[in-house]
Design a protein around this ligand. Structure first.
Ligand SMILES: Nc1ncnc2c1ncn2[C@@H]1O[C@H](COP(=O)(O)OP(=O)(O)O)[C@@H](O)[C@H]1O
Ligand SMILES: [Mg+2]
Length: 286
């Protein structure tokens, strides 16, 4: 969605938009989810995926949403991206109600959607082509992003020459090229091995560290949610409701070693206990 009339005119006229203009156009990065419910009508009858979800996310905040499979996490993300409509309630981003596809935001899914016939750099620059961004500035930004995730030597590599982690880094860079006010990630590291996943978490925190964007990060890893987040939104099984929100007061910048501290263990335990209470996690009676 465009917040700036000059941007709209630029695009209609087919001229290039400067990255600065995009940045100015999207200064408010807060999210307000008010009483959002979602019911899917299926042949088997209605399925309530979300039930009265209320959540405020502050500008520049890193919020994780965690919950069991089928609790409505991806549904929530589709609503945030404006790719589907809530059955009731409203979602505002930057004070504006979402009522259609929200092209401003950056989205990263579990499966990267790289174009196999384009190099890493060219995949990142796809975002600039779609948005008609000024090519020189876009290229500089793409190079800067790839450098921040350690891919400066892989500009010309084709996707099939990259590991899963490298591919996902490229897709994150592509999602961030236009300085989106909001980055929504749906289990982005779910398909990666544990070590690669650790590294991508560190890379992501580096990209976010100036809090220039708000991040909503969907995961079903308790450890990942605790390591990354300012707050963890814990969802209960279907119909997806927010069960609890936990403030994670671990120091930043987060280092991997934080995972060896009692404070970290305390948060992991707290989320685990909630899932036990909900019957999502069950232990054998000893
Ligand atoms: N397009 C759809 N049509 C019908 N049911 C759907 C659709 N999308 C999701 N659902 C249902 O809504 C519930 C929540 O799904 P989803 O948001 O994908 O959960 P999660 O991402 O937490 O695993 C599930 O029961 C799922 O089957
Ligand atoms: Mg999902």
């Amino acid at each position: 969605m465009l917040h700036d009339a000059t941007l709209t005119t630029d695009r209609l006229a087919g001229t290039h938009t400067s990255l600065d203009a995009l940045h100015r156009a999207s200064t408010d990065r807060s999210i307000a989810i008010r009483n959002v419910s979602k019911i899917f009508k299926t042949r088997q009858g209605p399925i309530q995926a979300l039930s009265a979800v209320n959540l405020e996310v502050r500008e520049g905040e890193f919020v994780s949403v965690i919950g069991p499979s089928g609790c409505g996490k991806s549904t929530l993300m589709m609503l945030l991206a404006g790719l589907d409509r809530a059955s009731s309630g409203s979602i505002m981003i930057g004070g504006k109600t979402i009522d259609g596809p929200n092209a401003d935001i950056g989205v990263v899914f579990q499966q990267d959607a790289l174009l196999e016939w384009r190099s890493a750099l060219s995949n990142v620059l796809l975002q600039a082509e779609i948005r008609k961004l000024e090519p020189k500035a876009a290229r500089a930004r793409a190079e800067e992003l790839l450098k921040m995730v350690g891919l400066e030597a892989f500009h010309e590599a084709m996707p099939h020459e990259l590991s899963g982690g490298m591919r996902q880094r490229v897709s994150i860079c592509r999602a961030l090229l236009h300085n989106p006010p909001l980055l929504v990630m749906d289990e982005p590291f779910g398909a990666l091995d544990a070590l690669t996943r650790d590294q991508l978490q560190v890379d992501l925190l580096r990209l976010w560290s100036n809090r220039a964007m708000t991040v909503v990060f969907i995961t079903h890893s308790i450890a990942e949610a605790v390591f990354l987040s300012d707050r963890i939104v814990v969802m209960s099984p279907r119909p997806g409701k927010i069960e609890t929100i936990i403030d994670v007061e671990l120091p930043r910048p987060r280092r991997l070693a934080v995972r060896d501290t009692p404070a970290y263990a305390h948060y992991v335990q707290a989320v685990t206990d909630i899932f036990k209470t909900l019957g999502v996690l069950k232990e054998d009676e000893a």
